[in-house]
Design a protein around this ligand. Structure first.
Ligand code: C5P
Length: 229
């Protein structure tokens, strides 16, 4: 239907960074703003999709008209995504931490020992986090019909993103150049290439909200039968 081509479809979008606790007061994080992921959730919802946004901590207001699930860690993000299945569409735009602290301390790690002497510098052992995009892409019966991932690269953008698409087994990869001179990280604009089984679609530099709108329209075209994965 005109204006709501995704009516009757459901969408799951991940956005923002994750926070990986070291102890009750400290964490490991990254500089993801959540702007691109939140904009994609708004655009899909705007085209009529019943949308669930699973987001790490950001400065952004919750978009209205959709379910918003707030999580902190990668493990919580994966669990929240699983509760949002089945879904027709999954777009993984979150900057998920690759590693978490292997054994989180349930008490604040002290710099002074009980005798008042230095307790020593803690050594943080890390362990890999689940890959949410790969895990959604490789599910059985309840695999979303279209799984879209992002690839932020600083060099050889298209080749690396094409390899990432194969490795993760997602349908589309939206590749963007995040080299420092690109201004993409935290900025308002993005230059992206959409890679699917057919090849590479390179878009002009535009606002992140326009990238989101165009991506949502491409997704709607796909479900309307105009595109293959
Ligand atoms: O491997 P890399 O982090 O570059 O892949 C980026 C893509 O994978 C993004 O779509 C990101 O949301 C997703 N991802 C994920 N879970 C991870 C790591 C990345 O969903 N643990």
């Amino acid at each position: 239907p005109l204006g709501a081509p995704l009516a009757g479809r459901s969408a799951l979008v991940t956005s923002g960074p994750t926070h990986e606790a070291i102890d009750p007061v400290r964490y490991i994080a990254n500089r993801s703003s959540g702007k691109q992921g939140h904009a994609i959730a708004r655009a899909l919802s705007g085209l009529g999709a019943r949308t669930t946004l699973v987001t790490g901590p950001t400065q952004l207001p919750d978009p209205t008209g959709m379910e918003v699930i707030h999580i902190e860690s990668a493990q919580q993000m994966l669990a929240a995504c699983e509760t949002a299945l089945p879904a027709d569409i999954a777009v993984c735009a979150a900057a998920v931490a690759d590693w978490r602290v292997a054994s989180q301390s349930d008490r604040k790690i002290k710099k002074t020992g009980s005798d008042g002497a230095g307790a020593g510098i803690p050594k943080l052992e890390l362990t890999p986090n689940p890959d949410i995009l790969a895990s959604l892409s490789q599910r059985g019966n309840d695999r979303p019909g279209l799984v879209v991932g992002f690839a932020a690269e600083t060099e050889d953008v298209i080749r690396q993103a094409t390899e990432k698409r194969a490795r993760k087994a997602c349908d589309w990869i939206v590749a963007n150049d995040v080299s420092p001179q690109s201004g993409t990280f935290g900025g308002a604009e993005n230059t992206v290439h959409v890679i699917d089984a057919q090849g590479v679609d390179s878009w002009a530099r535009m606002d992140k909200s326009d990238v989101a709108q165009r991506l949502a329209e491409r997704i709607a075209d796909y479900f309307a039968g105009g595109l293959e994965t």
